[in-house]
Design a protein around this ligand. Structure first.
Ligand SMILES: NC(=O)c1ccc[n+]([C@@H]2O[C@H](COP(=O)([O-])OP(=O)(O)OC[C@H]3O[C@@H](n4cnc5c(N)ncnc54)[C@H](OP(=O)(O)O)[C@@H]3O)[C@@H](O)[C@H]2O)c1
Length: 240
């Protein structure tokens, strides 16, 4: 087995974040994962070795406490994955303006702050021009094209794409910053058969890929030291 790495992943209490945490724990890596409220998934991951830290990314003090906690547990961080997300549609945003604020806090402001505070607390170093840390923003394959029902959501994810490019410039050469832009990865349990087949008709490869394809792409980001300030789209060949 290769040397154990340390990964910090936000939002590991369910779905893709939970899969990523389990994937790296199974390889012998150290994983620090955030959650808002503990649940069976967090308990199961803790039994596998997860260091679970409570953190609401809309609360700036929580982000600072997270960095302080990370510094207590580890001396190096090899990868920081901004996975946590909220998916509010425009109808919800129009009735509650706080939701718009939350989209930007979770997708943009907190990830930038966390990335920079982590660098201050546990500096990444460059060796022979190579970066000692990988930061990945998980965005959305459709965020640059946009969509009529999720203008605020897509705008916040597009802002995350921009933030990643700025941080890549600011933090090179000690840190690589990239974006991983998923299309449909996992349906929600409440998606009915008609909605599922309507959605899959837009994909050249009409199947539900599951969280493993996000882990495979993150593995590639981790293994290829030349990937910086770039974006990988994982969307089964989506066509509008
Ligand atoms: N699933 C897909 O098909 C798909 C498609 C496109 C893009 N993506 C992107 O892939 C990533 C993972 O997707 P997913 O489907 O697994 O997302 P998800 O099921 O919505 O889970 C999101 C995670 O973010 C956490 N979170 C939300 N608000 C937070 C806050 N204020 N502070 C801290 N954590 C917070 C949630 O915690 P709680 O459990 O406490 O709510 C949850 O663990 C996201 O960035 C998403 O935008 C996914």
């Amino acid at each position: 087995m290769s040397q154990a790495r340390t990964l910090v992943i936000t939002g590991v209490g369910r779905r893709i974040g939970a899969h990523l945490a389990a994937h790296y724990l199974a390889q012998g890596d150290r994983v620090i994962g955030t959650y808002r409220e503990s649940n069976e998934t967090i308990t199961r991951l803790e039994a596998q070795g997860l260091i679970a830290v409570p953190c609401d990314l809309t609360v700036p003090a929580d982000v600072s406490h997270l960095v302080a906690n990370i510094s207590r547990y580890v001396q190096t961080v090899d990868a920081l994955v901004h996975n946590a997300s909220v998916w509010f549609d425009d109808a919800v945003c129009e009735t509650d303006a706080h939701k718009i604020h939350e989209l930007y806090e979770v997708h943009v402001t907190a990830p930038i702050t966390l990335t920079l505070q982590l660098q201050q607390a546990i500096p990444a170093v460059s060796t022979h021009g190579q970066a000692g840390r990988l930061v990945v923003f998980i965005t959305d394959a459709q965020c640059l094209a946009g969509g009529s029902d999720h203008a605020h959501y897509f705008a916040s994810k597009a802002a995350a794409e921009s933030a990643a490019r700025s941080l890549a410039q600011k933090l090179a050469p000690h840190t690589r910053v990239n974006t991983l832009a998923p299309g449909l990865i996992l349906f929600y349990p409440h998606d009915d058969a008609a909605a599922r087949s309507a959605r899959l008709r837009h994909n050249l490869l009409p199947f539900e890929p599951g969280a493993r394809v996000i882990a495979q792409t993150l593995d590639y980001f981790l293994s290829c030291p030349a990937l910086d300030a770039t974006r990988i789209t994982v969307d089964c060949g989506y066509t509008a």
